[in-house]
Design a protein around this ligand. Structure first.
Ligand SMILES: *Cc1c(COP(=O)(O)O)cnc(C)c1O
Ligand SMILES: [Zn+2]
Length: 422
């Protein structure tokens, strides 16, 4: 169908036809990359055919997706993606950088980056005529799957750890999914969801398991590419010293490693199409207490050693990252690196982003915390243009947000009392 011609294993490079496998490599369990017929796409499309499109959602990039968008229009599923990029001169000044932008993924329909993956997986489920879709999630992937499913009347079952923040559990329930809270961690929920998927024949969305999540996530790279083209145009007009195609550095928070791998794949596809000349630098940021990918990167190995994850950033709290190998490569193959940040640094980042109008959940603020640290350590030079992703909304976890800021005073309802505390 379309330009979707098969899969290639990220470990052993075995290739499979679209109908041959559904999830991971039968030979070694490696994650599969969807292969598209780039030659055919190149013949059919010029960059302008995409940049001139009127569609303002991730479906703008339908020609590069292995699925068609489901019937219907203007549902939450149809409007996912196409998130804003904010220019952040005050953050740049504070950090001593020339250019800092934040791409705000909390503006997605269910308030996290995960909508990109879930929109595409639900589209696939509909093509496969799957009765039920299922996922394990720390919260956001499930909320996204539940929300995208509700949008097109698809049945969804979500397994989440019972410790998931209440707002995320509320989203699952309100979107009408069947919610099963697991007395265990995310990794336990992951294994259980795969068992039930196999037992009942449900279509499984799990991150680092279903190859279509990456396809949804790569659309963020296409958006960054288009935005960057525009930003350049401005610079050319201003005769800026950055005229000579500066390399953009992108900061991404990493849990399972699927977002960073998706962004990497998107840019590799743009390179294959000849629409960019070089890849941006991709820097992965992990919480210190959940840093299996960063540790593998630092040890210069693709052998991911599980950790006993513990961090306030629940969305990136993962013992065994399911997309660790590709996540290591995303930094390695783009001259990037990995940075780890403490919970205190994550809370500080929530407060700093808040002061410029961006409300991030802990995992969303991880990337900015990494930028602060990367500047301090010299990993990021002052002339480097930087784009930071905020992957999720602060409303997802208000308990954490309240830890990031001083509490508000309570006063008697008199002017006197107000004067006293001002
Ligand atoms: C899932 C998630 C991440 C990490 O994505 P991975 O693909 O697991 O690396 C980061 N931030 C938020 C808010 C998320 O929900
Ligand atoms: Zn393989």
């Amino acid at each position: 169908m379309k330009s979707f011609i098969g899969y290639k294993c990220s470990l052993c490079a075995s290739e499979y036809l679209p109908g041959q496998v559904a999830y991971t490599c039968p030979a070694d369990g490696g994650n599969l990359d969807v292969i598209l017929d780039y030659k055919a796409i190149r013949k059919k499309y010029q960059a302008e055919d995409i940049t001139n499109r009127r569609v303002t959602s991730l479906w703008r990039y339908e020609p590069f997706l292995p699925v068609n968008q489901p019937k219907g229009e203007d549902t939450p599923l149809h409007i996912a993606g196409w998130t804003p990029v904010f220019k952040m001169p005050r953050l740049a000044e504070k950090l001593g950088l020339q250019h800092v932008w934040v791409k705000d993924e909390s503006r997605n329909p269910t308030a996290s980056f995960k909508d990109r993956a879930s929109a595409v997986v639900v589209a696939r489920a509909q093509e496969l005529k799957a009765q039920v879709v299922v996922a394990a999630s720390t919260g956001n992937a499930g909320a996204a799957l539940a929300g995208m499913s509700a949008a097109v009347h698809q049945q969804a079952v979500i397994f989440a750890p019972k410790s998931a923040p209440p707002a995320k559990v509320a989203q699952l329930l309100v979107f009408g999914a069947k919610v099963i809270l697991v007395d265990g961690n995310y990794d336990d929920a992951f294994d259980l969801s795969i068992k039930t998927s196999q037992e009942f024949g449900w279509y499984c969305r799990n991150t680092g398991y279903n190859p279509f999540t990456l396809e949804g996530k790569k659309t963020a790279a296409f958006e960054i590419w288009e935005w960057w083209l525009e930003a350049h145009r401005d610079w050319h007009q201003q005769d800026s010293p950055l005229n000579n195609h500066p390399t953009l550095t992108i900061f991404v928070s990493v849990g399972d490693g699927n977002i960073i791998s998706g962004i990497h794949k998107g840019f590799k596809e743009l390179l294959a199409l000849g629409w960019i000349e070089t890849l941006p630098r991709i820097i992965g940021v992990q919480a210190e207490g959940s840093a299996a990918v960063a540790q593998a990167f630092q040890a210069n190995t693709e052998a991911i050693q599980p950790v006993d994850a513990k961090t306030i950033a629940d969305s990136v709290s993962v013992n065994y990252p399911r997309d660790g190998v590709r996540a290591v490569r995303a930094a390695k193959e783009t001259d990037g690196t990995y940075i780890t940040v403490s919970d205190a640094e994550i809370l500080q980042a929530i407060a700093e982003l808040g002061r410029v109008g961006v409300f991030a959940e802990p995992a969303g603020a991880v990337a900015y915390a990494g930028l602060v640290k990367g500047v301090a350590s010299g990993a990021v030079g002052s002339a480097t243009p930087v784009l930071v992703l905020n992957t999720g909304s602060g409303l997802k976890d208000v308990r954490a947000a309240l830890q990031a800021v001083p509490s508000a005073p309570i006063v008697e309802p008199t002017l006197e009392a107000v004067k006293k505390i001002l």
